[in-house]
Write a new protein. Sequence first.
Length: 505
Amino acid sequence: MRTAHHDVEGRGPTSMWMHFLFVALSVSTITGIRANGDGVTLPVFHSSHLTHLVSIRGTVLFNEDISEGPDASPLSKWTANDMSIPSSTAGNMQFPVVTLDEALGEYFAVMEIGTPSQKAAVAIDTGSQLMWVQCDPCMQCGQQSPHYPMFKPAQSSSYGVLTCEDCRGDDSVATACTGASSNRTLLNQPNRCVYFVSYGDKSSSTGFISTETLSLAGMPQDKILFGCGLITTGLVSSLNASGLLGLDRGRLSLTSQLGIKVFSYCLPNRVKNVHASGYLTLGAMSAAARASSQIQYTPLLQNHASQFLSQFYYVNMTGISVDGKLLNIPTSTFQLLPSGEGGTIIDSGTSITRFVHVAYASLAHAFEMAMDPSFKRISLGDAAPDLCYQVPLWKQTGPRAPKVTLHLANHVDLHLEAHHVLAFMGSDTSFSYYCLAFMDSGTSPNAKNYFGNYQQQDFLIEYDIANSRIGFAPLECNQGVSRKPIYFSLMWLFVLIHSKYVLCH
């Protein structure tokens, strides 16, 4: 069910929290392309062009685009044979990254698909692999912005379909031939390869595996495999965007199809400027950009316990500090085990960072102890985060929030500012309400830590797959200049959280 967008200013905390529950993902659009150094850059930004409010089934607070394994698929088992991936002729490409005028949620890239090209706004997701867009005519799809109409394959001369003989899936993409499916509504076009993908929040997309020309920063890339979605369910269908751009290690991801071994993005700070734009670069960044950013690298790990888990990007996290004091959290809490359990996944498609219970409980306790006592702790209900505060409205300026630092291997320290750690939840006639912008991923043996995009804002992040490393540099992404520490009073933090529940299966 969809709901209209309402102004939330002045709402009470309960109303705001329900609004928080109902707004799952914000949609970003790209309005321009620019060449920058060695790559072609697309901006990343928020856009008011897309209506975004949606209702969420159930009480899930934080939703994810981390893909589930194919066992969830109602279709026949995928085969392990390799897909036929076109060879890459792509140079480096840089795309705008946008936020769609929302303070938290998804970041989106705009790409041109088809001949003649049709624009599509797709969520940037390093936690899944298949790129898919909703296709017209659609059997069950979400409404899209008029600025980005549903893709019309019939109007593209370069559109192609995968036949049954080439119908081979991947470890997180289940496939079946139309002749083998029990869903007869999809079978009006014979000899087609049907895909099914699902995500941690139970969103899903079903349609045809197809091929098409993508114009990436003005450079056409032919015969790119993608999903032409006919049925989308859950939050994914409620984005008002075109679909999703998968960038994980899987063979169907766009980076894999193009043979790209390094990519980077800079997600803009949406708290300071909701209209800010950043960028996504496919390929190496320019030498000048690398030198000016003073980027620091830490190992980029891969989970070899299964083909499915091997698709994700893991970082070697070693600890957390609050106000410069290292918390007493065993380093094993963050370690990736040979069994495939544990570890810390970095994911651009997950909004809020989540830690396993031991780490989260330690962080929440230390944060509460360091918080100014004039900020009274308050409960906003069972569905709200555990650690929330009320702040008198007359406090035009407030004390600095405790400083949180995430420690990674190779002495890489990510110093988080106030806008990374607290989220504005609403206000009434007397108080404003804020909650800690971290969540608990639980005590299950399968629980993992997830580094979400809310904490990635204003960092240049480079995924150097070829050299098994990931780099971080503080940067004002909407300006392209190095960021010095900025300390905000809590009154700066007018944040509406559209989060993604992180639970990797």
